[in-house]
Design a protein around this ligand. Structure first.
Ligand code: E4P
Length: 220
């Protein structure tokens, strides 16, 4: 499963990148709102840190013609850019056109199986399902994710399910259990992934046993 960071904070992305675990970054207007630097500079800094990573940048225009133009602009920034376009009736023809032109689309703001079905038929690269926002609204987000993954598998669609709007580590375990292709997570959740209180306790125990034992060197 590909692991993306859901942030526009390139300094934090740089800190996380040393783990070798990050396959990409997803950016939306809300994530840019809390950064004080120009979006283009942010993207360029991310590319410096993660030159091979997939970077999904969301359009900010609303008019479909302008969305189309902006999408083309976004993918021209670098080879590994994907354009995030909201799932909405207004933008379906734009998505269809971009896909015809070979532009990789990450369809965002997806909440239902029917939306995912339409996007898979169009051939988007990623279907970004907002699992956390579904739970916020009383819907079992991972259950919707399961039905979408089954639909993609049953009909052999090329689109990949990307679990987005992740709120806790259990959402990641749920995504792994259903076998989806990718997930995007906030940095604070990423930083929790390699932690366990049992690992901490075990580490302390080994340290004490070594210090209390008879040896001074491990290999001499
Ligand atoms: C990523 O592609 C989405 O824009 C993001 O995960 C949304 O997360 P949120 O619901 O926490 O804003």
């Amino acid at each position: 499963m590909k692991l993306f960071l859901d942030t526009a904070d390139y300094k934090k992305i740089a800190e996380c990148s040393v783990t070798g675990l990050i396959d990409g970054v997803t950016i939306n207007p809300s994530l840019l709102k809390v950064q004080n630097e120009p979006p283009l500079k942010i993207v360029q800094e991310i590319i410096k840190v993660l030159p091979e990573a997939e970077i999904s940048l969301q359009v900010t225009e609303q008019d479909p013609h302008k969305v189309y133009e902006q999408a083309k602009h976004i993918v021209n920034v670098a080879d590994n850019m994907l354009v995030k376009i909201p799932c909405h009736k207004l933008y379906m023809p734009v998505i269809a056109q971009l896909i015809q032109e070979g532009i990789p689309v990450n369809a965002t703001l997806v909440f239902t199986l029917n939306q995912a079905f339409e996007l898979a038929k169009l051939g988007v690269h990623y279907i970004s399902l907002f699992v956390g926002r579904l739970y916020d609204n009383g819907v079992d987000g991972l259950k919707v994710a399961t039905t979408i993954q089954q639909m993609l598998d049953t009909y052999d669609y090329d689109s990949e399910l990307l679990i987005a709007s992740v709120r806790n580590p259990e959402h990641i375990e749920g995504a792994l259990a259903l076998g989806c292709d990718a997930i995007t997570i906030p940095v604070d959740i990423f930083n929790q992934l390699s932690m366990s209180s049992l690992s901490d306790a075990g580490l302390e125990q080994f340290k004490q046993d070594w210090l209390q034992g008879p040896h001074k060197q491990l290999l001499e």
